[in-house]
Every structure is written in C-alpha cells, then in structure tokens.
Design a protein around this ligand. Structure first.
Ligand code: F6P
Length: 754
C-alpha cells in the first residue's frame, strides 16, 4: 500500500513522523491494527452518545418525579381543602427555574384547568385512558420539550399534573459531555493503538532478527538455531527477503557468488547511466606484427590486465592505455579506438601513443626505476631523475586529456590504475570536477621514512588525493599511505572513516584485495590434469614420474626467482633423495629488459640455473628448467595443472595473482602452493605453505614438506583456498569499489539538494 502525504507534511519537522506513518500504513499488520483502532474509536463513541442520551433522559424523568413529589401534596390539599385556592401563582413561582419550563393541571375531563404562562400552546391534556406516570417528548417550534404526566386525583375526581422541561439546556450539556467523552476515548484508544503498534514492531523485529540469524547460520553451514516464531504475512516476508538479498549482495557481498552478471546488475541498479572508464599503462590486447607481416593479438603477462579485463567485459565502457604493440596503430579507427575482445567485442580500447623518449622517461625511468623500487622492499635502489619526472607529469597530462576527450558526461566513473599515474587523479579532477575517480595502487605503499626519499613526494600524494577513492590491496598499505599524508601534507585525516580531506575534497582510503575471475576463462579450454601433465612432460623432455614445481611470472627482481632456485639447490644438498626426482620449471616473461636491473637479473638467473644443473643434473635430467618467453594464458594454466607445487616467493608483492590463478586451475583439488609471507595474497591464502624467500633453508624445508604432503591434506588446503577465491573473485573486488562510489555519489546528490 503506498500513501501520498500532503506537501506540508514533508516539512523537516514532520518528515520523521510522516515517514513513520507511511511505513506504518505500508506494513499490513500495522495497517490492520490502525484500521481496527479507528473502528473501535467510532463504535465506542457511538455507544457513549447513546449512554449520555439515556442518562440525560433519565435525569429529566427523575427531576420531573422530584418536582411532582414535592408539590403533589400541596396541590392536592389546595384543590380539596381550600376552595379559594388558585394554582396559577403557585405554579408560576415553581416554574421560575432554568430547566423547568411549565406546570399544568388537567381535571378528570381532560381540561387544562391551570397552566403557567410558558405552557406551549401545542400541549394538551393527555387521553383519560392513559393511566399511571407517563413521559414523552415533543417539539415546540423546534424547541425540544419533555412532558411528564403524573395522575393526581383531587377534589371531585381525577386529574393529572403536567411537568414540562425545556430540553435545550439539557441537550447542550449532553453534547458537551459527549464531546469530552469522545475525546477521552480517542485518547485512550489512540494510546492503546500506539502501544499495540510498538508491540507488533518489536515482535516483527524479533522475528526478523531470528530469521536473519537463521539464514546466517545456514550460510555458514551451521544449523539454523532455535525454531523461528510464526512469520508475519507474505508481503513482509518478501520485503524482508529482498532486503536480505540486497544486504547479502551489496554489504561486502561475501555470500554472493559475484559474476559478470551480478556486477552488471549492480551498475544498472546502483549507478544507472554511469559511464565507466579505465586508465592503465598496459593495454589488455596488444596487436603485434611478426617478421612475415602476420598480425597476432597478445594478452600481456600482467596481473592488472587479468583482473580488470573481465570487469570491463562485464561493465562495458572505454579502456584508455598506451598502445605499445608493433601493429597497434594499424588496428585502430581514426579515433584511435578498437573494439575488444577481438572475438567478442564488449568494450572499447582507446590507445594513447607515446614517443620513445616519453616511454623512456615516464615508463622505464620514473615509474620503473623510481616508483617501482621505491614501493617494493627488494633492496634495489630507486633512481630519481628530474627529466624522468618531467616526462611522467607530461604523460599523465596526455592521459588526462584522453579521459576528457572520451568523457560523454560530466560525471564519469574513472578507474585509474597503478603507479604510472600518480598525478592523473588531480589532473582529471581539475578538468572534470564531478567525476568519480577510483584510483587503485597495485603495488605496495612504503612506510613514510622510505617514501620520504622521493624528491616529489608531496606532489605525488597531492596527485593521488584528487581521487574520490584510493584503493590498496591491504590495510597495511593504507596505513602506510595515511602515515605519509600525516607527515608530508596539511590535511585532515579521519581515522574513523579512513579518509583524507585536502582543500575541501575528501578521499576515501580503503583496502580492496584484488582477485581473478572465477572460473578463469582459460580454464574452460584445459584438458584433464593427467593430460596436461603428460603434455608438459613431453614438451620439456622430463621423466614420466618426475615431481614438478613451477614458478610463472614476469622476469622481475621483486619475484624472488633466483632465491627459489637457491632454495631448490639447498634442498638437493640436504635431501639427496630428491635428486633426479624433482624439477623446478620457471616460466618467466621478459619485462622491462631495457633496464639494467632487469637484464642483470636475467643473466644472474640463467647463471644460477646453469650452476645448479651442472652440480645436480645427470644426463637428460636438469633440476632447473628455464623458459624465458611470453606464455599465453592457455600455456600458463596447463603448467599450473601439471605441477605438484607452485612457488610464489616474491620478495615483496602488492597481492600476486599467480597464487590465486594456481588455486583456480586445480579443480582436481591437488597441488601445493608455496607462498611468500611478503605477498599480499598471504593474508588471504593462509592454507598455503607460507615461506620467507630470504631464508633458503626454511624454503628447502618447505619444498620437502610440500613434496611429501599426502593427497588428502593437499585436498583440504586447496579446497579451503578455492572456496575463498571463488567468493572473493575479481567481480567482488570491482563491486566493492563501485558500491563505495555509488554511496559517495548518492551522498553528494543529497548534499546538493539540501
Ligand atoms: O604489479 C603491478 C603491475 O601493474 C602488475 O599488475 C603488472 O603485472 C605489472 O605491474 C606491470 O607490468 P608491465 O610493466 O609489464 O606492464
């Protein structure tokens, strides 16, 4: 039931009451109670009126009888004993009263012998056949009159005394009494009604919370708990269920299996008509041309891409990125756009072109020689050059211009990705003040002491604080950021809301642990595990019964690739039984090879592998196999499925999605994940074998432990992790940020209308 309220009731003073009233009447139980109360008031008022009427009638009869009894003897005596007695003056004297209108005497022949002068003309003596006291009412020119007739035999024969009362006064008093009584009844009934509504509402709340806790128990796999009280009627249940559904879906959403569909639904319901844009350095699809002129599409080895690509497939919109492929320019339209994914387009990729000089300064220089080592504790010295910084700022400006060009409305939702774009949020904010800018920092954020070595630390923080929301993988990195803000900026930090307000603009600083799509698209194309294993053994020329450990990532010094080789060597030193039986297979995609820190890592890794193979290899057996090239997702998933162990030994990592992809790849619930305690993923995947990559002996023990782990124990661990990654998938990651964005937009809209 919906109820419209008059305009004046929407005044703030009444708003709460009207809202309450609307809620009340929208609730069937409350509406029925209210209707019952109204009917009760009407019925009781009617009864009260009848009672008052009867009471005043009776009062007049009693008064008339009193008058009669007090004068009957005098009248009788006068008429019998004193022949000269005349009743006229006597009656006039008696009738001098507010309510006593007239007195009269009728003789036995029905003749009015005496009457006071107020006696209405319409009054005649009653029929002689009427015996005994009688009372009746008549109207004299609209004036209500009560007539009481009392037999009074006197003198020669019978007679009657007439006592007349003017009922005007009596009726006025009766109406007053009725009014007061009605008001009193309304008050009492209203009070009782409110009390009843309050009781109903308390009972409803009790039922609702019992229902909720039963559902929560069931969701956790626990029994529902004590028996539920009788439920309220259908519509309430429906409202309750839809509220629960929204709560479960949207409040942290852990119970919902987030999918492209639910994410899309969230956009439609919570951010209707919003335009979504992603900005990242790395593009999701790279068009490359080989030496024969054949163009192929490559999906880069990038955690950022594997996380955001499924989100964009679900949301649609524009992804703005650096066009880095050799055939990229040939595959775009005149607006530098290309529809992707190539086989089933769902969104638009807008490419930004950078000169080699710009790339050197912005990407290789400031981003990867400055920010990357600054943020990762990997003991590689950050390098800050003035010229790199200038390019970084200029390229950020180029991307800001692209965002403005692509914006179809003044308030798009812009998802800015990573350390390449610290200045971009502020630049977008200046051009599109109403945009919702969600910046996600995919790498760790250092403590303020470490961060302080950056010569442009204030500018970087200021740039990021142009965001509406700034996300990190972990609470720890949020805290490091807030510590830096506290130390270097004049701003207000709200620890309760986890936000920073700078020059009147508030930025929420939140943790959103990134994840992967579930199930991963590449998994659908995979053969059964045994076949994958056979294929890998064949491809790398391994013995059929070999135990395989894999490492798969970009060839980056933060990944601890050399450290894990040393750990394998330590294991083979200390546990000779594994020689000839264990192969560590490292798939490493070359990355940033222009930089000395990366090229020297490759050389070091190759040298280390050669040394270990020389020491422990035997004939065709090599304990370390290095595959240094780009691996497409299908190959990566095949390797995951072939492995007994997956090693993720990052020296420092924001999250690390390889660990989650390995978990997702193992639908056979076998395999062991060795995971660095310095990867953000270790906060979530606690059933992994957690290792310190700097401790080669500890790592060797972990290898031994993993190799001996019984299948049942592997199943228990991987099953728990699969549950978690399935629930906390990348659609949840995106949903949490978009929901926070939706709340912010609603708050802004409300503030603007107030
Ligand atoms: O770890 C942060 C991150 O942006 C990853 O998402 C991505 O894999 C990598 O850094 C960037 O790699 P590249 O420089 O090759 O794009």
């Amino acid at each position: 039931m919906s109820v419209s309220v008059p305009q004046w009731l929407t005044h703030p003073r009444f708003r709460n009451w009207t809202a309450w009233l609307q809620r009340m009447v929208s609730n069937p139980i409350a509406a029925v109670s209210l209707a019952g109360v109204i009917v009760l008031i009407i019925a009781m008022t009617q009864i009260a009126f009848v009672v008052v009427d009867q009471w005043s009638e009776r009062d007049i009869e009693v008064r008339s009888s009193l008058v009669f009894r007090s004068i009957s003897d005098s009248v009788k005596h006068g008429l019998e004993v004193k022949p000269k007695f005349t009743l006229g003056p006597y009656f006039e004297q008696l009738a001098d009263d507010e309510r006593l209108l007239a007195l009269g005497y009728c003789d036995g022949d029905g003749k009015l012998l005496y009457a006071t002068r107020n006696m209405p003309k319409s009054v005649t003596c009653p029929d002689a056949t009427v015996r005994g006291d009688s009372f009746f009412r008549l109207s004299d020119g609209g004036r209500p009159i009560s007539v009481a007739v009392f037999p009074l035999p006197a003198g020669e024969g019978g007679g009657e005394l007439l006592v007349l009362h003017d009922l005007t006064v009596t009726q006025r008093r009766a109406h007053d009494a009725e009014l007061y009584m009605a008001l009193a009844l309304i008050g009492v009934a209203g009070g009782l009604g409110l009390l009843g509504a309050a009781v109903v509402s308390v009972l409803m709340r009790g039922w609702t919370s019992a229902f909720r806790s039963a559902i929560a128990n069931v969701s956790r796999g626990a029994p529902p708990g004590p028996r539920l009280p009788e439920p309220p009627i259908g519509r309430d249940i429906q409202a309750l269920l839809s509220e629960l559904r929204l709560e479960r879906r949207y409040t942290n959403g852990i119970h919902v299996e987030w999918s492209p569909k639910t994410l899309h639904q969230l956009l439609v319901e919570e951010l209707p008509g919003a335009q979504v844009m992603v900005v990242s350095n790395r593009e999701p699809y790279i068009h490359n041309q080989d030496k024969d002129g054949v163009v192929s599409v490559q999906i880069p080895a990038s955690g950022l891409v594997s996380a955001l690509e499924p989100v964009m497939r679900a949301c649609g919109g524009v992804w703005i990125a650096h066009g880095s492929g050799s055939a990229d320019r040939d595959s775009v339209d005149r607006n530098d756009r290309v529809a992707v994914p190539p086989d089933n387009p769902a969104y638009s990729l807008r490419r930004v072109w950078l000169s080699e000089e710009e790339q050197d300064g912005y990407y290789y220089g400031f981003a990867n020689e400055g920010m990357w080592p600054l943020c990762h504790v990997a003991f590689v010295r950050p390098i800050f050059r003035e010229a790199d910084w200038a390019h970084y700022v200029a390229v950020n400006r180029r991307f800001a211009d692209a965002v403005v060009q692509e914006a179809q409305r003044e308030d798009p939702i812009v998802l800015v990705q990573d350390y390449h774009f610290a200045m971009l949020p502020r630049m977008i904010r200046e051009k599109l003040p109403r945009a919702t800018i969600i910046t996600f920092w995919h790498i760790p954020w250092p403590n303020s002491e470490t961060f302080s070595i950056c010569p442009w630390r204030e500018q970087i923080i200021d740039g990021l604080l142009g965001s509406s929301i700034l996300g990190f993988h972990t609470r720890f990195h949020c805290n490091n950021f807030l510590e830096g803000v506290d130390r270097f900026m004049e701003s207000r930090i709200d620890r309760e809301r986890n936000s920073v307000t700078l020059a009147g603009l508030e930025t929420l600083v939140r943790s959103y642990p990134i994840s992967i799509e579930w199930p991963p698209a590449a998994l659908a194309r995979q053969a059964p595990v045994a076949e994958c294993r056979r294929a890998v053994i064949e491809r790398f020329g391994l013995k059929p019964d070999v135990r395989i450990a894999v490492g798969i990532e970009r060839f980056d010094y933060t990944k601890g690739i050399v450290d894990r080789m040393i750990a394998v060597q330590t294991l083979l030193d200390r546990a000779p039984e594994w020689r000839g039986k264990l192969v560590f297979l490292q798939a490493a995609a070359p990355t940033r090879s222009k930089l000395e820190s990366y090229s020297s890592l490759q050389s070091e890794a190759i040298k280390t592998a050669d040394a270990i193979n020389a020491k422990y290899g035997d004939g065709d057996y090599k304990p370390i196999v290095l595959s240094i090239r780009h691996h497409e997702p299908d190959e990566v998933y095949e390797l995951f499925r072939a492995a007994d162990i997956c090693v993720v030994s990052s020296l420092h990592d924001g999250m690390n999605l390889v660990s989650k992809e390995f978990i997702a790849a193992r639908d056979d619930e076998q395999g062991v994940l060795m995971l660095s305690s310095f990867a953000g993923a270790s906060r979530e995947l606690s059933e992994a074998v957690i290792v310190n990559p700097y401790d080669s002996h500890g790592m060797a023990d972990a290898f031994d432990f993993a190799l001996r782990m019984p299948p049942e124990a592997q199943r228990a661990r991987i099953r728990a992790m699969r549950d978690l990654v399935r629930q906390r998938n990348v659609h949840l990651w995106a949903a949490q940020m978009l929901l926070d964005a939706a709340r912010m937009r609603r708050r802004t809209a409300v503030a603007e209308t107030a």
